[in-house]
Structures are given as C-alpha cells and as structure tokens.
Design a protein around this ligand. Structure first.
Ligand code: GFB
Length: 307
C-alpha cells in the first residue's frame, strides 16, 4: 500500500473509522478519502456507484456500519439488518466493479454462535445458533464476510475480513441506551461520583465475560493485515483475555474513584455468556495487542471526562 495510494475509509467518523484515519495520517499516507453520511448515504446504490467512479479508491477499509450495544441491537432489529446489508452490499460490489486492489471488511466477534467453545476459533463461524439479542446484526455481518469470500472465489478479488472483539476508545458512543458496556459504565460511574449518587446500576447478573480491545490497537491490526494478509478466513482480532462484567464494573469504579455501591439489574439481558477470541492466527500473522485494559480505560476516562 503506497503512501500516495487512494485509500477510502468508509465510516471515518465512527470510533473505528476515526482510529484508522488517525493511524494512516500518522504513517504519512497522503490520499485518505472520506465522506460523511450526509455527503454519501452508503445505503444508496447509485450514490455509492457515483462515488467510486469519481474517486477510484485503490484500498477500502469498510468501517461503516450501524452498530450498538445489546439493547440497541434488540430494539432496532430490522434497522440493524437492513442498513448493514445495504451498506456492505454497495461498498463491496462497487469495490469489485471498480477493481479495488484490496478491501478490508470489519465483522464482529458477536457473530459467532452463542455457545461456541471458548476461546473461539475462526472455524467456529456458522456452527451453531446465534445470540438472539443481536441476531439481525450478526446475520448481516456474516453475509458481509461471505460476500468477501465469494467475490474472491468467483471474481478473483482480494477482499479480506477481520473479526474484532468488543472495542473501546476515542469517539465511542456514550448514549446510555445505545452504547456498549464499557463506555456506558464509564459514564454511569463518573456521573454518580459527580452527582454523589449512592449506587450505580449495572445491567444483568454481572456474570457474562467480555474481551475488550482498544480501538487504536484494532486500527493497527487492520493496517497490518491490509498490508500482509490475503485469504478467506475472517481473522480474529483481540487480546485473548476476558473478564466478567462485574470485574469490569469494579475496575471502572476504582479508576473513576467512585465509593458508592454497584446494583445488578437482572431485568436487563446478559446476552452471550462468553465470547473470548482465539488469537493464535493473528499472532502467527505477526501482530499482538499493545494496550492493556486498565491502562486503556484510564486514558479513555481521563481524555473523555477529565480534560
Ligand atoms: O457491550 P454490550 O452492550 O454488548 O453488553 P454485547 C455486554 C454485557 O454488559 C451484557 C452488560 O451482558 C450487558 O448486559 N452490561 C452491564 C451493560 N451494564 C451495561 C450497560 O450499562 N450498558 C450496556 N450496553 N451493557 C454486542 C452486540 O453484544 O457486542 C453488538 O450486541 C456488537 O452487535 C458488540 O457486536 C461488539 O457484548 O453483549
């Protein structure tokens, strides 16, 4: 990937897309192409076709998607399925028509079967039923992974996909209804401390386990794989380590310096009991995470709430 290559970051305003823009600029890539969703609705086939004709990207990072936490996925089921199918069909098909040299598609660890053996290996995809709360999103992302694989097999494209674990970092979503657990708890504990509340509500039993990767690490893994990996396996990208939601809450409570209590609201869903990724393939491809969880959460908290 030459430093002056035309590189399109779909979804550049999002947490993953903005991390990719930051990294590519730091690595002195000079032609990073972006469009806001107001400028280019990726669900609109003719708009996407006109964009590809105009910009002729050589490399595409597909970080655009409708994403959210467990509650958002469970409420906006049709939107998560329709929007994500439309976005990825348009970008992947136009990448084929316009002979894009390489495309990297971002899937998600939540598309593995709900009760896959742990840690989850790439070959466990499609070997069992999905987690009901985010089945629409998972079906859409599985379709994206399969689109890449089959454009490679039928048309000789070079479209790779990655399977990131739960992410956190700059530009995360902190809306308490639609966000993921880590930003939600950072905000809840911070506001409880500021407002001298005596307790913080944590959803579920606290027993599920989750793996968390800083988004700057994900961006580094994506650029590394864009430069080095070719193939039809959707590569797991994570730390290979997980903690319970209760342990996460205790960690964030301590980092924020909150001294009230944690209330577990078991009326809320737990979702998948566990989804820690097997990262042996990723490590064999020469990449390893660098940001440990406590250090990463502390920096995100300081940058978001204390500066
Ligand atoms: O991060 P999260 O919303 O998504 O929830 P998933 C993870 C766990 O944290 C669940 C618990 O067991 C939640 O019940 N949790 C505790 C909370 N307190 C909270 C809270 O205040 N907010 C939230 N959001 N959760 C998502 C998928 O699953 O994983 C997405 O739905 C996506 O499609 C994402 O793939 C990576 O990890 O359960």
């Amino acid at each position: 990937m030459n430093k002056d290559a035309n590189i399109y970051i779909a979804g550049h305003k999002g947490m993953v897309g903005s991390a990719l823009v930051r990294l590519l600029k730091k690595q002195e890539y000079t032609n990073v192409i972006t469009r806001t969703s107001a400028e280019l609705d990726l669900r609109n086939q003719s708009q996407v076709a006109a964009f590809f004709t105009q910009e002729q990207p050589e490399y595409v990072f597909m970080a655009a998607a409708k994403v959210g936490g467990i509650e958002a996925n469970n409420i906006y089921r049709a939107d998560f399925l329709y929007d994500n199918l439309q976005i990825q069909n348009n970008v992947i098909h136009q990448s084929y028509l316009h002979k894009v040299k390489k495309l990297l598609f971002l899937a998600s660890s939540c598309i593995y079967p709900k009760l896959a053996p742990q840690p989850i290996k790439e070959e466990y995809l499609l070997t069992g039923v999905l987690e009901p709360t985010n089945e629409p999103y998972a079906i859409a992302k599985i379709a994206g992974v399969k689109l890449c694989e089959n454009y490679n097999r039928q048309y000789g494209c070079n479209f790779i996909s990655v399977m990131p674990t739960n992410l956190y970092g700059p530009n995360d979503n902190y809306d308490l209804k639609t966000s993921h657990v880590l930003p939600a708890l950072l905000r809840k504990f911070h506001e409880a401390k500021m407002n001298k509340k005596d307790r913080v509500e944590v959803w579920g039993t606290g027993k599920p386990k989750r793996e968390f990767l800083h988004v700057d690490d994900l961006a580094a893994a994506c650029v590394h794989l864009m430069k080095t990996y070719e193939g039809n396996i959707s590569v797991n990208v994570g730390t290979g380590k997980d903690i319970t939601i209760k342990e996460l809450a205790e960690t964030i409570k301590s980092i924020v310096g909150y001294d009230g209590t944690i209330h577990l609201n078991t009326d809320k869903p737990d979702g998948t009991p566990r989804k820690v990724l097997d990262v042996a393939l990723l490590h064999s491809l020469g990449w390893h995470h660098t940001i440990e969880l406590n250090e990463g959460i502390t920096k995100v908290y300081n940058d978001k709430f204390l500066n």
